[in-house]
Design a protein around this ligand. Structure first.
Ligand code: C2E
Ligand code: MG
Ligand code: MG
Ligand code: MG
Length: 285
């Protein structure tokens, strides 16, 4: 009897595993076609300067409108894109689309709007990355300083020769480099100093417990102090409440991003935000 049970379990297990593999393969086949079928699109989340309460940047966040499954989150398909190498063409599309959009915003906003694009480690290792960045900037006409590239600690810590060369080249181009999800990976303070990183983005896991969580409050303050000591700016991610915003302002955090300030939104919503901002700035007499 016991033997039978085991056999059935094995059968069940293998058939569900088969299904998992099949759906994985199906998703991969779909992802290969997603670009040419125009199924990818970008949402943009505002980054607000704490001192002026103005939008100073937006982060581009990719979505996949799957013909059968509806909208799929990047947390599901970016890992698949990395595994399959599809991240390179997808990443290039994201970069170009974001740069083009940022150019359009320059004429609406009163001040320059930076656009932030996430780069995965795989993209970073692609030997053509700097060429891709240069041509996206060239073709759209966007100023390099208005393109922010978000790297992770893991990407920087990989001390392969190629990583160094790429960072040097990006520095040469003059793009704005930031470290995403800061505090969740391994960082060497040496690297931060060396690579001309302009901003640290404190991971939302540190922000979510604020203001009550005293340990995360201490970590947040320490990151801000360190960043400022190294002449870097700080962005808090995942700001969801007014109490968090008030505390971060008190700590001297430079920029905030999160649902409280604005959800990832289609470009038209950002247009509106920028236009409203201009209206607010007009003198009232
Ligand atoms: P990320 O770069 O750390 O982006 C921030 C994530 O936090 C986004 O999730 C955003 O929607 C979410 N978020 C923003 N505000 C809040 C908040 O107040 N509370 C909470 N709980 N979450 C908030 P999303 O859009 O699902 O993206 C997930 C991750 O996927 C990103 O994390 C990024 O690592 C990756 N990703 C997104 N777009 C791209 C892309 O174009 N290329 C690459 N390589 N990765 C991307
Ligand atoms: Mg990011
Ligand atoms: Mg990221
Ligand atoms: Mg992040």
């Amino acid at each position: 009897h016991a033997k039978n049970c085991g056999k059935n379990n094995a059968k069940l297990y293998s058939s569900s595993l088969t299904m998992q593999i099949m759906s994985h393969v199906k998703l991969e086949v779909g992802l290969r076609k997603a670009l040419q079928n125009d199924e990818l699109y970008l949402l943009y989340q505002p980054q607000i300067d704490v001192a002026s309460a103005q939008v100073v940047g937006v982060e581009a966040l990719v979505r996949w409108r799957h013909p059968e499954r509806g909208v799929i989150s990047p947390t599901e398909f970016i890992p698949l894109a990395e595994e399959t190498g599809l991240i390179v063409p997808i990443g290039e599309w994201v970069l170009r689309t974001a740069c083009r959009q940022a150019m359009a915003w320059q004429s609406i906003g009163k001040r320059p709007v930076r656009v932030a694009v996430n780069l995965s480690a795989k993209q970073f290792k692609d030997e053509n990355l700097t060429q891709i960045v240069l041509s996206a900037l060239h073709d759209t006409g966007l100023t390099p300083e208005l393109l922010e590239l978000e790297l992770t600690e893991g990407t920087l810590m990989d001390d392969a020769r190629a990583t160094m060369v790429t960072l040097e080249q990006l520095r040469g181009i003059g793009v704005y480099l930031s470290i995403d999800d800061f505090g969740t990976g391994y960082s060497s303070m040496n690297y931060l100093k060396r690579f001309d990183v302009r901003a640290l983005k404190i991971d939302k896991s540190f922000i979510s417990g604020l203001p009550l969580d005293s340990e995360n409050a201490a970590i947040t303050r320490a990151i801000i102090a360190m960043a400022h000591g190294l002449k870097m700016a700080v962005v808090a991610e995942g700001v969801e409440t007014d109490a968090q915003l008030v505390l971060l302002e008190e700590y001297g955090c430079d920029m905030v991003q999160g649902y409280y300030l604005g959800h990832p939104s289609p470009p038209e919503s950002i247009n509106q935000m920028l236009a409203d901002q201009c209206a607010m700035d007009e003198p009232t007499i």
